[in-house]
Design a protein around this ligand. Sequence first.
Ligand SMILES: *Cc1c(COP(=O)(O)O)cnc(C)c1O
Length: 378
Amino acid sequence: MKEMLIMTPGPTEVAENVRLARAKATTNPDIDLAFYDFYKKTCSKLAQFLKTKNDVRVLAGEGILGLEAACASLTEKGDRVLVLDNGIFGHGFSDFIELYGGEAILLESSGKEAFSLEILEKFLEKDHDFKYATVVHCDTPSGVLNDLSSICPLLKKYGILTVVDSVAAMGGEELQVDKWQIDIALGGSQKVISAPPGLTIASISTEAYQAMTERKSPIASFYCNLLTFKDYYEKKWFPYTMPISDIYGLDQAIDNLLADQEILKRHAMIGHATRQAIENSPLELYLQNGYSNTVSVIKVPEGLNDQEILRKMRENYRVMITGSFDHLAGKVLRIGHMGENARPNKVAYSLYALQKVLEDFGIAFKNNLQEDFLEALN
Ligand SMILES: *Cc1c(COP(=O)(O)O)cnc(C)c1O
């Protein structure tokens, strides 16, 4: 049987050299000093990739660990935290903030477009007494991309620390941590980076560290405490045993990304061509603007069931795309074209399969999704 093509917005396909790096002989990463150097080198490559002089750390846990660790490390009882809410992950930050005793103040903007800078400007003029703010780069369930280059510097102008979830964008969309003044930028191994799930990437600014060390109460977590990693290299001590094979894989995945000079351009071309093909067809994109080039989100045609479409895609064509969750469950289909999935042949075949399946369900196409996609690439 044909291998399944995994076209979900993470986890993505993993390149062979990453899989092989994970098979390398291992050592005791707590004791072997060579591993501290290896980890340090991986972190500096990540810093180069994130365009930052800030510390970068790799934590042993899937992307969600980073979101919780940022909130756990910064939040003290009664702290006011601004949550930019134009998507499901955006909204979700409030749970972590409240779990650690903070007060989450949600600022909403339409979930169908990039977060409105005007709404944020007006709001901050009246109220800007926040310890930090959270914002999602690409909110994957809807595919909306927020403009960090204007949002984060604006927040910093008011002295508000910035925490960014870039799990689904990092590597596929521009991300300039220092220039955009991002205090904590978070990523995961399994999205654009195209390593298996299991690792969080976090960059941490001096100001963010300062907010953690100046706390009146201790950080109410051990695993989620970002300070425990601060001086690992000098102390030759990790707070827990590092998953060495996962980190070998991540290191190779970062090498792949750094060597790939065209990666942002390829994501932009593929994102654009996918949207163009959808727009020429009877299908509709979910968003009005603010499209991330890492994922395309398409409305489920009237009267059809998302699960049946997804099942036929898998069974008849061996392509795995996905629906969404929370208030978008059943309403949209998502094709992930990030990292190893951002390849013209993979997206073209996925669109071919999608059209065939939808035609079986009675949707009449006048255009050809695959052809329109390939045309729009040029
Ligand atoms: C994938 C993702 C995460 C990690 O969450 P999982 O659902 O556990 O994969 C966090 N934030 C965003 C925006 C993501 O896309």
